[in-house]
Ligand binder design. Structure first.
Ligand code: PLP
Length: 398
């Protein structure tokens, strides 16, 4: 039998895209450089210093003094799973606020943990009200409430203050998903009194995907330490990960993704150098300019009330007669710009443009608006060429 010729695999050569969708965002060259630094062992004294500094910088990003603040090895969903499986035990009920795709994912995780989700359903594109949460709390025994701060699937930024107030009035704890808001949208974990929140490395932190920063208050940790049963996930049990990440006398839990932690430290160093409040302002200012540009094209925002729009992700309605897939294909194939479509019931109905981390800048706005105009023209949508960038530039924000 003649031997088959050996298959050849080409060198990895990914396209260089401008990532202006729902995440990941582009990565700062300094973060990429950190990924190429020499690896050390996960208990090497050098790495322990890196761990300590990463924890310190994460506390800065979350605006918290929480002792338990660390990156979970895994993506944002691992952070979500860690939050839920530590605080929700088999037999518990939990109030789950669902006003988008990720609220739905939290509901599924509560069920998988053996809990009973009591859902507070709200229209996709609107925030959850404190009254709805109060009603649900008054009618159930739930001691945990879950909510998404920045619902990436709709572009809603959920105000947390009033929700936290009612949650605490009923003696419950709040889990907040801050995957898309951390490092880009105003968030003050301690001042608000958020009990447990988690994020992801690849959104406004502009790091590579793979880590999920998490922070838990003493109250949350007390509930975890007093559970009736062990956390069913060995890997995500916060009270054991703590022994590796936080305690002085570190003991092996799992082999940390060393290079990802270097990258996260560098991404956080960039955040620290810029200043957290400056970062929030930069995201807000650029989102406002982008919206001015989109509105100049006659496009409508999916989140009607400006105060509920998330600065990191803008969702815009796809106009009648226009096909979102074609728009996205033109933008990606001709301009190397990635934007996202809608998820689930919003598929085909909205486009989601993310200005996250390093991408929240004037240049991205001009490029995305230019590419969008070109794609809309191809679809036969009527507008004045050049009007969007002009409106963005003229807006007081840019
Ligand atoms: N929560 C929100 C609000 C998200 O936007 C995402 C991802 O986009 C996740 C959770 C899940 O994160 P990952 O895809 O990193 O697992």
């Amino acid at each position: 039998m003649s031997e088959m010729p050996k298959k050849s695999y080409g060198e990895l050569c990914p396209p260089e895209r401008l990532l202006l969708g729902a995440g990941p965002s582009n990565v700062d060259p300094r973060v990429l450089k950190a990924l190429g630094a020499p690896i050390v062992e996960h208990l090497d004294p050098y790495f322990m210093e890196v761990m300590d500094e990463t924890v310190e910088l994460l506390r800065y990003a979350f605006k918290t003094e929480n002792h338990i603040t660390m990156p979970i090895s895994g993506t944002g969903s691992a952070g979500m799973e860690a939050a839920i499986c530590n605080l929700v035990e088999r037999g518990d009920s939990a109030i789950v606020c669902v006003n988008g795709f990720f609220g739905g994912r939290m509901k599924e995780m509560v069920q998988r943990c053996g809990g009973t989700p009591v859902t507070v359903e709200t229209e996709w594109g609107k925030p959850v009200t404190k009254e709805a949460v109060a009603d649900a709390l008054s009618e159930s025994e739930a001691e945990v409430v879950t909510i998404v701060h920045a619902e990436t699937s709709t572009g809603v930024l959920q105000p947390l203050k009033d929700i936290l107030k009612v949650t605490h009035e009923y003696g419950a704890l709040l889990i907040a998903d801050v995957v898309t808001s951390l490092g880009g949208c105003e968030l003050n974990v301690d001042e608000l009194g958020v009990d447990l929140s988690y994020s992801a490395s690849q959104k406004c932190l502009s790091c590579v995907p793979g880590l999920a920063p998490i922070t838990a208050s003493e109250k949350a940790m007390e509930r975890i330490r007093n559970r009736r049963t062990p956390v069913q996930s060995w890997y995500l049990d916060l009270s054991t990960i703590e022994k590796y990440w936080i305690e002085n006398n570190r003991v092996y839990h799992h082999t940390a993704p060393i290079l990802l932690v270097y990258a996260m430290r560098e991404a956080l160093r960039l955040l620290y150098e810029e200043g957290l409040e400056n970062r929030w302002q930069r995201h807000t200012k650029n989102a406002e300019a982008l919206i001015c540009g989109l509105e100049a094209l006659g496009l409508k925002m999916h989140v009607e009330e400006p105060k509920y729009r998330c600065p990191a992700i803008t969702s815009v309605k796809v106009p009648e007669g226009v096909h979102d897939k074609d728009i996205r294909a033109t933008m990606q194939e001709q301009y190397n710009i990635t934007v996202s479509g809608g998820l689930s019931d919003l598929a085909g109905k909205i486009l989601r443009i993310g200005l996250m981390g390093v991408n929240a800048n004037e240049q991205s706005i001009k490029l995305v608006l230019g590419a969008l105009e070109s794609a809309l023209k191809k679809e036969g949508y009527p507008f004045k060429i050049g009007s969007s960038a002009a409106a963005a530039i003229e807006s007081s924000s840019m």
